[in-house]
Write a protein that binds this ligand. Structure first.
Ligand SMILES: Cc1cc2nc3c(=O)[nH]c(=O)nc-3n(C[C@H](O)[C@H](O)[C@H](O)COP(=O)(O)O)c2cc1C
Length: 473
């Protein structure tokens, strides 16, 4: 625990954009590489189905301490040489909070990714989760800790329960997580549970404790997290609305801008001095990926910066190569733009969408897509009439959502982020109609500047180019 804190955190970029390769590269270069922990069960299953080029996933699976689980996944999903182009991936069971195969795959997928990111060196590596995605958090975090993850970063909600979960896993005990269930009656309490003995067939070992960083957009949120965890937060990433991915909504929910984006005002501005007063390390995020950004953050009392967008387009990220090229070219021409879409994400958080022709950022392909919910990470829990927990997603088929008690107006403009994010990393499903699921790429406002990382005469850049530029004055 005495390792010095990194100045540069490469932000977790889901799903699968910051995979083990990027995180490993950044950590080896002295930053903190962060693996995106979202949907790693699915990513594992699909990587095995494309034949696991290089054998990395299988190599990591050989080290998994519950070998029967690894063998089951191998038998079920590995396809030597990969599935034929244009054929569908095998359907992976949906995630549930208290049962199902997705849980063992979640442990395995997180273990594999962290194992590979940490393989052959002792530099720290982090994992990032979204609080909103409660359904898969417990197995995911267990898998990451099993592989010795050093930092756990969590935002998109108030992750008050995580220090307790970490503590349970450190003690080798089962863990539970309160579940937000729409329609919960006053006397009811729902929770997700995880017991290694039940899920993996053998008791859990005691595990080393990672440090826990909360990702917040305001001091009030940081204070609430400190209060509700009894102070068990090792630091904060303080993320402003220009950052990529999901953003916190503006305070007071003002009307949208004329272009239909959330309106951020002075009340949303981040004052680093307020975080200095919390006496915890903190990193500033949101358009800090530029020369001088780090120095500015340090001068304001921060420990460093967290950067996403610049790393999303480097060679080591797992974003599809053609998407990287397209966006870098657009940036070169001064045409790379993001739209802060207030409704696209089923989570209800504003989601930053890069405007790329032929992707779901465009209206026509969005409307043409048949609404199917077959991955289910962003589903919301609701209380069924019989008191059980049901799951629904406002981006699923509209009648199905409404039949589950969802409101019609909640479905408007919602996009199937789960399937689109898999398409972003080249693991998109082929629909039943035979067409490919389309990408939906997220980035921060700094996407307009990504071409500035290109070395002279080059068409692509590496993580080390980003790190060098960030550390230049
Ligand atoms: C492609 C992409 C995916 C992201 N996914 C996540 C995510 O899954 N969880 C999360 O907490 N932050 C996510 N982020 C935010 C980053 O971790 C980071 O905080 C942010 O990008 C910093 O601001 P910047 O984009 O201006 O550098 C994502 C950012 C990008 C660009």
């Amino acid at each position: 625990m005495s390792t010095p804190l990194p100045r540069i955190i490469q932000g977790g970029m889901g799903a699968g954009v910051s995979g083990w390769r990027l995180a490993r590269t950044v950590s080896l270069a002295g930053g903190l590489g962060v693996v995106a922990g979202t949907a790693l069960d699915l990513i594992l299953a699909r990587r095995l189905q494309v034949g696991d080029p290089g054998g990395h996933v299988r190599r990591a699976m050989e080290h998994f301490p519950f070998p029967e689980v690894a063998q089951r996944a191998y038998k079920r999903f590995f396809v030597r040489g990969g599935i034929a182009p244009g054929s569908r991936f095998r359907v992976k069971p949906l995630p549930f909070h208290d049962r199902g195969v997705a849980r063992e795959l979640g442990v395995l997928g997180n273990f594999v990714e962290i194992f590979l990111a940490k393989e052959g060196h002792s530099a720290p590596v982090g994992v990032n989760y979204l609080e909103k995605i409660q359904v898969s958090t417990l197995p995911a975090l267990f898998g990451a800790m099993l592989a010795g993850v050093d930092f756990v970063l969590m935002g998109a909600g108030l992750p008050t329960a995580i220090p307790d979960v970490i503590e349970r896993y450190v003690q080798g005990e089962p863990a539970s997580l309160p579940l937000d269930v729409a329609g919960t009656q006053p006397s009811e309490r729902f929770q997700a549970t995880f017991d290694a003995l039940e899920v993996l067939g053998a008791p859990a070992p005691r595990l080393p404790a990672p440090r826990f960083l909360g990702i917040v957009a305001a001091r009030t949120v940081a204070t609430a997290l400190l209060r509700r965890t009894g102070g068990r937060v090792d630091g904060f990433v303080v993320e402003g609305p220009s950052a990529g991915g999901h953003n916190a909504p503006p305070r007071g929910r003002p009307p949208l801008t004329p272009s239909g984006e959330p309106t951020y005002g002075p009340r949303d501005a981040i004052d680093p001095a307020e975080f200095v007063a919390l006496e915890r390390p903190f990193w500033l995020a949101g358009s800090y990926g530029r020369p001088g950004g780090l120095a500015e953050a340090l001068a304001a009392g921060a420990t460093g910066i967290q950067v996403g967008t610049a790393f999303a387009y480097c060679e080591e990220s797992d974003l599809r190569a053609d998407l990287k090229r397209t966006v870098i070219d657009m940036a070169r021409r001064g045409e790379a733009r993001v739209f802060a879409d207030p409704v696209a994400s089923p989570t209800g958080f504003p989601f930053k969408v890069v405007q790329i022709p032929g992707t779901l950022s465009e209206e026509a392909p969005y409307l043409a897509r048949e609404r199917v919910c077959d991955l289910g990470y962003l589903r919301q829990a609701y209380r069924k009439e019989n008191g059980e927990v049901g799951w629904r997603c406002p981006a699923e088929e509209i009648d199905a959502y409404v039949a589950k008690g969802g409101l019609l107006e909640e479905t408007r403009g919602r996009k199937c982020v789960c399937n689109a994010l898999m398409a972003n990393i080249g693991l998109g499903q082929v629909t039943r109609a035979g067409s490919e699921e389309l990408p939906l790429v997220t980035s921060g406002d700094a996407v307009s500047e990504v071409a500035e990382y290109l070395p002279p005469g080059a068409d692509s850049y590496r993580a080390e180019d980003v790190l060098a530029r960030l550390q230049a004055d």
